[in-house]
Design a binder for this molecule. Structure first.
Ligand code: PNS
Length: 159
């Protein structure tokens, strides 16, 4: 089975992420969306919430599985019999770091990284920007799936 992992923080998942996931699902037998749990990083949503939001948003795809991981992406790949990572590239500014990480992952574990160019509709989009705009009353309804929009509003309304 040809399996690829799409790793990230997904705090929260955006339409840009979903575009990459859905296109990867057309190329691979299975796409595993791996949600990073990094205890030293403050997130708006817990890892369990992030997993749940992605599961809801990808339920129409039979070959997309959502899981969480802590530690190295390459260890997750080894444990799940995955030989490649897929990443979306939005702009040249993403490239330096992503290339370094890809080369490190190949050097350390022989895991390949494939870069998919982001749909231009979402080239500017990031989870951080979505959170910042939503926090101050911006309309992010076209940028995230409906379940995320709902959960964002309720989370940001909490005291
Ligand atoms: O959505 P993000 O925050 O850009 O995702 C970053 C993520 C989770 C893909 C990246 O931090 C990662 O791969 N973390 C796992 C740790 C790891 O494997 N680091 C090795 C870098 S060489």
């Amino acid at each position: 089975m040809r399996r690829v992992v799409c790793p990230g923080s997904f705090d929260p998942v955006t339409n840009g992420h979903l575009d990459i996931i859905s296109r990867a699902a057309q190329l691979y037998d299975e796409v595993v969306v791996a949600v990073a749990q990094n205890p030293s990083k403050t997130t708006l949503f817990t890892v369990a919430e992030r997993v749940e939001l992605i599961r809801e948003a990808t339920k129409r795809y039979d070959n997309v599985r959502v899981d969480r991981f802590e530690g190295l992406t390459v260890d997750f790949c080894r444990d799940n019999d995955i030989s490649a990572i897929i990443k979306g590239l939005r702009a040249v500014s993403d490239f330096d770091y992503e290339m370094q990480m890809a080369q490190m992952n190949y050097n350390q574990a022989g895991v390949e990284t494939l870069f998919m160019t982001t749909n231009p509709l979402y080239a500017f989009l990031s989870s951080s920007l979505v959170k910042d705009f939503a926090k101050f009353g911006g309309d992010v309804s076209g940028l995230v799936p409906a379940n995320v929009l709902e959960r964002l509003s309720s989370r940001l309304a909490e005291p």
